[in-house]
Design a protein around this ligand. Structure first.
Ligand SMILES: Nc1nc2c(ncn2[C@@H]2O[C@H](COP(=O)(O)OP(=O)(O)OP(=O)(O)O)[C@@H](O)[C@H]2O)c(=O)[nH]1
Ligand SMILES: [Mg+2]
Length: 342
């Protein structure tokens, strides 16, 4: 399953404009609210200059970047959790996502209607925050109801869950997000299955007609301009001297999601980047590459991409004993080039 990013925000914030610029898919974009009804889904390659460097010495037939999935959903509005607007029915889609990318309107163009009748990014962020909180509260109440029976029959696990969920309910009722609670790791794993919305990392993206600002958690981009740039050829971009910042945004999503990258070279045929959660073992990496690698895994040959580029040949690295031979407990590091031995 690939890493996924849910795009949320008020209607007309520019979510589909961003989605189109990222995926180059032609989706409906219009100046009236609720243009998007059913969600748009697309895979986007993660830019990584290391791929080219590795390919220079491997000379593969193919170079394959890793990808992340973006999901553009209908605009959320105040009272969405009570069924106002459309977004609420699609919040379930966001539940499956690893992180949330919140698009906030900060551009002035008055020909584009604002559902709250004025431009006020802080207020809009507050509306979205409240809707996510209220949705989580609704979920929590439903789970608590279901747990009741099990708790009565003295199920220990259910009791522990109930205790955490009651604290979550209190926090949410006070208008706070679950991510503000500093839950202990064991408490987090108890509630992991519920995939609460306000527990996910958030990147705020202000859609501005003012200056661009690059910062990993809150950035400002001009999405209309990004959409226009995404339609230009490389030559036109050069000629006009314009610059896209979407690569920065994609990397920011990747980093906020706590992902690292490892590479495989498939005996020289294909240089490929893969993403994996930080602190994963080589067995988990093996499983990503091929479902039966997990059972068949014997050992791994590993070298960092910098060292490989310095030595400039896989075989030479092997002959000179510079490949690390690792067992199944080895923790994968960002930038490792791995050959799985099965
Ligand atoms: N001036 C300006 N207009 C923009 C910008 N970004 C988006 N728009 C316009 O705003 C309108 C809404 O953009 P969409 O991308 O459809 O917005 P959305 O968030 O997907 O809206 P819903 O699907 O209705 O929730 C369109 O007319 C866009 O062309 C921007 O940066 N500047
Ligand atoms: Mg849309």
């Amino acid at each position: 399953m690939s890493f996924s990013v849910g795009i949320v925000g008020l209607p007309n914030a520019g979510k589909s404009t961003l989605f189109k610029a990222l995926t180059k898919k032609s989706v409906e974009i219009a100046s009236y609210p609720f243009t998007t009804i059913s969600p748009n889904i697309g895979e986007v390659p993660v830019p990584d200059p290391r791929l080219k460097e590795i390919a220079k010495i491997v000379n593969p037939q193919k170079i394959t970047p890793t990808t992340i999935k973006f999901i553009d959903i209908a605009g959320l509005v105040k009272e969405a959790h009570k069924g106002e607007g459309l977004g609420n029915q699609f919040l379930a889609q966001i539940r499956e996502c690893n992180i949330i990318l919140e698009v906030v309107r900060d551009f002035k163009n008055l020909n584009v209607e604002h559902i709250e009748k004025s431009i006020d990014p802080q207020r809009d962020m507050e509306i979205i925050k409240m809707e996510l909180i209220l949705k989580d509260l609704e979920t929590t109440e439903k789970i608590l109801e279901k747990l009741e029976k099990k708790v009565k029959s003295d199920n220990k696990e259910a009791k522990k869950k109930q205790e955490v969920l009651l604290r979550i309910k209190k926090t949410l009722s006070q208008g706070k997000k679950i991510s503000e609670m500093n839950l202990k790791p064991e408490e987090e794993s108890l509630i992991k299955e519920f995939r609460f919305l306000t527990q996910k990392p958030v990147i705020y993206l202000l859609n501005t007609d003012d200056k661009v600002l690059l910062n990993p958690n809150t950035l400002k981009l001009n999405l209309k301009l990004e959409e226009e740039i995404s339609e230009l050829s490389r030559e036109e971009i050069k000629e006009l001297g314009v610059k896209s910042n979407l690569d920065y945004l994609i990397r920011a999503c990747y980093n906020v999601g706590d992902l690292i990258t490892f590479f495989t070279i498939a005996g020289g045929k294909e240089v490929r980047a893969w993403s994996i959660k930080k602190n994963s073992s080589i067995i988990e990496a093996a499983k990503k590459v091929h479902s039966d690698f997990q059972e068949k895994f014997i050992k791994g040959e590993v070298i960092s991409w910098q060292e490989l580029v310095k030595i400039s040949s896989w075989n030479k690295a092997k002959e000179t004993g510079q490949l690390k031979i690792v067992g199944k407990d080895y923790k994968v590091k960002d930038g490792d080039v791995i050959e799985f031995k099965i």
